[in-house]
Write a protein that binds this ligand. Structure first.
Ligand SMILES: Nc1nc2c(ncn2[C@@H]2O[C@H](COP(=O)(O)OP(=O)(O)O)[C@@H](O)[C@H]2O)c(=O)[nH]1
Ligand SMILES: [Mg+2]
Length: 196
């Protein structure tokens, strides 16, 4: 499918599952801890610095935010998890929204699960992989903030990651930098190919 990622617009903000827009379009979901770079990735994919709000304060997003891409797909930006600075109650509220999103019966074409390339996986990351593997959810693993490494450092870290995660041989793994626009075209192409 030819997708013009630049033709992107804000579609809806849903604080509860009932507020999520009805749509027949394929839906791509961004998941990952707060501050991992979800909003920045949306901006990089759409080449629009202002589309998704980039936050310096983890845990601020309390809603699922939907973007329409070229009238051909929806991107859902889930509330992240792992917020150091919010209350236990807020944490529960955010994660139950994310949970109910996955169990609501929405047709999810693809999850982009983001992890900071410098960090090791959290319990939530592992739980998310288990969930997706068990429920046959199609996902791409996206390592963010790759600009934090030199080219040699990045290769070394990717080798380490292969040992830590024990990914399937055919796993879809991407290393990106939204800041430096590294790996973004590859990710766009893989998304378009999947939705063909
Ligand atoms: N160096 C670097 N910083 C990034 C990158 N992507 C996001 N960030 C920074 O990480 C922080 C969190 O980004 P944001 O997109 O708001 O994360 P979100 O909470 O997952 O939506 C911000 O300070 C961003 O500027 C990247 O590719 N490289
Ligand atoms: Mg965000």
């Amino acid at each position: 499918m030819d997708i013009n990622f630049r033709k992107a617009r804000f579609k809806a903000l849903a604080a509860t599952i009932d507020q999520c827009p009805e749509s027949d379009l394929p839906e791509i979901v961004l998941s990952g801890r707060s501050n991992v770079g979800k909003s920045s990735l949306i901006n990089a994919l759409t080449d629009n610095r202002k589309l998704a709000r980039v936050s310096q304060t983890p845990g601020k997003t309390r809603a699922v935010v939907f973007f329409d891409i070229d009238g051909k797909l929806l991107i859902a930006d889930l509330p992240g998890y792992g917020y150091a600075k919010v209350s236990r109650e807020k944490k529960a509220e955010f994660s139950s929204l994310a949970d109910s999103y996955f169990t609501s019966g929405r047709k999810i074409s693809l999850v982009l699960h983001l992890m900071d390339i410098r960090r090791d996986p959290t319990e939530e990351d592992i739980a998310m992989f288990e969930y997706m593997n068990t429920n046959n959810v199609r996902y791409f693993v996206v390592f963010t903030k790759c600009d934090k490494f030199s080219a040699a450092g990045l290769r070394k870290r990717l080798d380490e990651i292969n040992k830590i995660y024990d990914f399937e041989e055919n796993a879809d793994i991407f290393a990106v930098s939204s800041d430096k626009k590294l790996g973004i075209t590859e990710l766009q192409e893989a998304i378009a190919k999947l939705l063909l």
